[in-house]
Ligand binder design. Structure first.
Ligand code: ADP
Length: 160
């Protein structure tokens, strides 16, 4: 069985992340969406909120998708979960430098785990969690960027 881990902050999940997850599910039997939590950085949403949003919008993809969170190194978590592949998304050339560094660091740590990259649809190539938070902060229309459940959570957070 081909198992892949898709790690990321998902703070919050956007249609860009969902696009990558759907592409990965065409290639892998099982996809584990891994919400990475950096104990030194406070996210906008808590880990529990991010997990809840991913769960609501992804469901279980017919039993092929699970959601986990981790404060550990991604390669350690991959080993624990029995995954040999890391899925990442590429939007534009600007993503490449960072992904290149991460891939080589991960390969040095765990030579048997390979990273696989999917390119997003053009319509999401400019989309990031940060853009979405800025739009929400200034009351912009979130409809084309995030699912309605995530839009509600963003709006509620800024109204607090
Ligand atoms: P990280 O902090 O690990 O970069 P993100 O949640 O920002 O976490 O991104 C996780 C992964 O999803 C990264 O590989 C990123 O390039 C990809 N990604 C994020 N937004 C998009 C998008 N709009 N289209 C394609 N890939 C995306």
């Amino acid at each position: 069985m081909k198992i892949a881990v898709y790690p990321g902050s998902f703070d919050p999940i956007t249609y860009g992340h969902i696009d990558i997850a759907k592409r990965a599910l065409k290639v892998f039997d099982k996809l584990i969406i891994l919400i990475t939590v950096n104990p030194n950085k406070s996210g906008f949403f808590t880990a529990a909120e991010r997990i809840d949003m991913v769960r609501q919008v992804m469901g279980d993809c017919g039993g092929r998708c699970t959601i986990e969170s981790s404060t550990d190194l991604t390669v350690h978590k991959c080993k624990e979960l029995g995954a040999n592949h890391i899925v990442r998304g590429l939007r534009a050339v600007t993503d490449f430098e960072y992904e290149f560094q991460m891939t080589h660091a991960n390969r040095t740590l765990a030579g048997d785990i390979d990273s696989v990259f999917f390119m997003t649809s053009n319509e999401y190539s400019y989309l990031s969690s940060n853009t979405v938070k800025e739009i929400a902060q200034f009351d912009g229309d979130l409809e084309t960027f995030v699912p309605p459940y995530v839009a509600e959570k963003l709006t509620a957070k800024f109204r607090k």
